[in-house]
Design a protein around this ligand. Structure first.
Ligand SMILES: [Zn+2]
Length: 91
């Protein structure tokens, strides 16, 4: 290898959001992942929604049936009455 042009290829620990860690090698300084082989539904065999950004809840809020929307509106009114609680941000 030509000296001075290659990044350092050093061992590092990959940290998953589930707490799992494993060691590999990379030129990166650190790697943090949201999902790994220990917690991905494909490998665990358990159905689990991977929803770190609240996307599922946003989808459900958008495509809720009218009856459920009315129910949610009632809940929102109650939430508005509670001073400390912040209302849902439906924009
Ligand atoms: Zn994991």
């Amino acid at each position: 290898m030509k000296p001075g042009i290659h990044p350092e290829y050093q061992p590092l620990t990959v940290v998953c959001a589930c707490g799992n860690k494993f060691v590999t090698r990379s030129t990166a300084k650190s790697i943090h992942v949201e999902i790994c082989a220990k917690c991905h539904p494909y490998f665990t065999g358990k159905l689990r929604l991977v929803d770190t950004a609240g996307r599922v809840e946003r989808f459900r809020a958008r495509y809720r049936s009218p009856a459920e929307k009315a129910e949610k509106a009632d809940q929102a009114e109650k939430a508005d009455q509670a001073p400390a609680e912040q209302g849902s941000a439906d924009s």
